[in-house]
Design a protein around this ligand. Structure first.
Ligand SMILES: Nc1nc2c(ncn2[C@@H]2O[C@H](COP(=O)(O)OP(=O)(O)OP(=O)(O)O)[C@@H](O)[C@H]2O)c(=O)[nH]1
Ligand SMILES: [Mg+2]
Length: 385
């Protein structure tokens, strides 16, 4: 039986962020950034293939042509499960690093991010805020090539710019091209470099009321930077499974095998376990920083009565949301424990049936032995010639 942790559950969202999900559907935006040829577009296609499979949506519109990406491209999809829906937006950006002078390559990307904050701010100021088009970036995946010793100066520069604006998640591309031991050492050097240069990266929260979740969150947090394999191809493993992966003479590098890469952990972090905290840090930290800076530039401060009223309203909404969230978390927990109990009962029943089967099997064996025993004296008693 597959464990409840094996599938992505948008239905888990009440656990995360009830208000957004039920009132207007959650807006969730992921952006990919990094050197040209790092595998960003392939990763997007792989992620969509995985999501569309999970949601039994055969829509092939999301498959992007694998050519060099030359402009910022926006792909949208709606994923829905049991009445909860998420408006998923993925932003693919042109890779950089091909030119002699790459020093300002990140400017259009950073401008795009700021523009989304500004758009949101303008819409939020309007009288009618019912249909706000929210494309603030909640997770920015930065693709690191697995070829260097550690982060390159260009990576450091771009990551600093991104980390001060959005939830930055470092990703090691093409994990199939590096050995496990080299990957571990590479990850450690990258983490040291991030620390040394004070780059702000997203830290997935670990603490939770239940032990299983804390354990799972710890595994997710410890895997950063996430090593991924991207592939649009279905390949057949030596033991006959058809999987997304890359075929080599020595075997298959599987996208969703946790022994091979961290794709599954990253996908879970984004879509399942930490969507909530990615959305809330975007709103409460990154967007707030942008808003405060912008207001200061416009010569307005939080003493402004309009700004104060807005803050008061936000605080009230947050309180309401918190109460709803608690109620929902409790409900989900009750359902979960019922489910676990039912699952345990099924396991016990299966064990009991297995034991019965074994007993029956032994009885049959005993009978067979008896028959054999009865046959042999008959044979030995047959008249000699
Ligand atoms: N070995 C290996 N190759 C990969 C992987 N992901 C992508 N590639 C290959 O790398 C090449 C470039 O992939 P893209 O997805 O186009 O790279 P990109 O980052 O979108 O490049 P730009 O659009 O130029 O920025 C393609 O030939 C992919 O097949 C991977 O995980 N492992
Ligand atoms: Mg591309």
């Amino acid at each position: 039986m597959s464990s409840p942790n094996d599938f992505i559950g948008i239905a888990n969202l009440p656990n995360q962020r009830h208000k957004i999900v039920s009132r207007k559907g959650a807006h969730f935006t992921i952006m990919v950034v990094g050197e040209s040829g790092a595998g960003k577009t392939t990763f997007i296609n792989t992620l969509f293939a995985a999501l569309m499979r999970e949601y039994q949506n055969e829509d092939k519109r999301f498959q992007k042509q694998l050519e060099r990406t030359v402009e910022i491209e926006i792909i949208r999809a709606e994923i829905e499960e049991k009445g909860f829906n998420v408006q998923l937006t993925i932003i693919d950006t042109p890779g950089f690093g091909d030119y002699v002078n790459n020093s300002d390559c990140w400017v259009p990307i950073v401008e795009f991010i700021d523009e989304q904050h500004l758009n949101y701010m303008k819409q939020e100021r309007k009288a009618n805020r019912r249909n706000i088009d929210d494309m603030r970036v909640h997770a920015c995946l930065y693709f690191i090539q697995p070829t260097g010793h550690t982060l390159k100066p260009l990576d450091i520069e771009v990551m600093k710019q991104l980390g001060s604006r959005v939830n930055l998640i470092p990703v090691i591309a093409k994990a199939d091209t590096i050995t496990r031991a080299d990957l571990t050492a590479f990850k450690n050097r990258i983490l040291d470099c991030i620390k040394f240069h004070n780059i702000n990266v997203f830290c997935p929260p670990i603490e939770s009321d239940d032990e299983d979740t804390t354990r799972r969150n710890t595994a997710i947090a410890n895997a950063m930077p996430y090593a991924v394999i991207g592939s649009e191809q279905d390949v057949v493993t030596p033991d006959g499974r058809r999987v997304k992966g890359r075929q080599y003479l020595w075997g298959v590098a599987e996208v969703e095998n946790e022994e091979h890469c961290d794709f599954k952990k990253l996908r879970n972090l984004l879509i399942r376990t930490h969507m909530d905290s990615l959305i809330s840090t975007t709103e409460e930290v990154h967007y707030e920083d942008y808003r405060a800076n912008r207001l200061t530039k416009e010569g307005r401060t939080d003493d402004d009565p309009q700004v104060r009223a807005r803050k008061l309203f936000d605080a009230k909404m947050k309180e309401e949301e918190e109460a709803l969230r608690k109620r929902f978390t409790e409900q989900v927990r009750t359902e979960e424990s019922k489910f676990r109990k039912w699952e345990q009962e099924l396991i016990d029943e299966r064990d009991r049936l297995n034991k019965d089967l074994e007993a029956e099997h032994s009885a049959v064996q005993a009978l067979k032995a008896e028959i054999e025993a009865l046959k042999s004296p008959v044979q030995s008693r047959s008249p000699r010639k």
